[in-house]
Ligand binder design. Structure first.
Ligand code: GAR
Length: 202
């Protein structure tokens, strides 16, 4: 079975969806390692609950990226665990080209909007403030530019008249949990092919 690694900074609901799908056999991967840049993050507690090996690795002095030394440590730990694909699950830092080169076309992210609309932080709030009637989520390959890589899959969530940022984010997250499992299943089954900017599903 293919081994994947997870990087996350937050509460970990996307990780939990992947862990449950893997346990049920619906998602044919083994989650070999979870790493976080935030000590005490909820995602680390969920890793313990799901018996996934996990660690906090200090990110270094920068706010939006890992230091080169930290990044090398992340790579070493993922490689030592036999990880073939790295799935970002609420990991709030950019990764450098040298990191991405270690896992060619095999670092993926989930983002809470229909990219290329609303990249960056709190995309559900951006969508609400903009006044769009539909938003959603995107699973994409990671490139050094933020939220800009080739798109693997998207799912839709409506914006309802009385939404607050929290109610809208919760509705998007329901879609995220399904979409991430579906997209990683396609990868695990070898059904994704990259043609330039496009990801072709067979
Ligand atoms: C998710 O909504 C994910 O799409 C978002 O962070 C949340 C993490 O939730 N990621 C980004 O905004 C990345 N740019 P989780 O910790 O419950 O999975």
């Amino acid at each position: 079975m293919k081994k994947i690694g997870i990087l996350g900074s937050g509460k970990g609901s996307n990780f939990e969806a992947l862990a449950e799908a893997a346990r049920e056999g619906w998602l044919p991967v083994k989650i070999a390692l979870l790493l976080s840049d935030v000590p005490g993050a909820g995602i680390l507690d969920l890793a313990a609950k799901h018996k996934v090996p996990a660690d906090y690795i200090p990110p270094g002095p920068f706010r939006t990226k890992l230091s080169p030394e930290a990044e090398a440590e992340y790579v070493k730990r993922l490689k030592d665990a036999g990880v073939e694909l790295v799935a970002l699950a609420g990991f709030m830092r950019l990764l450098s080209q040298p990191f991405l080169d270690e896992f060619p076309n095999a670092v993926v992210n989930i983002h809470p909007s229909l990219l290329p609309a609303f990249p960056g932080l709190e995309s559900w709030k951006q969508a609400l403030d903009y006044g769009v009637r539909f938003t959603g989520c995107t699973v994409h390959l990671v490139t050094p530019e933020m939220d800009a890589g080739p798109i693997i899959g998207q799912a839709l969530a409506p914006v309802l008249p009385n939404d607050t940022p929290d109610t809208l984010h919760a509705r998007i997250q329901v879609q995220e949990h399904k979409l991430y499992v579906e997209c990683l299943k396609l990868w695990a089954e070898g059904r994704l092919r990259i043609e330039g900017r496009r990801v072709v599903v067979s």
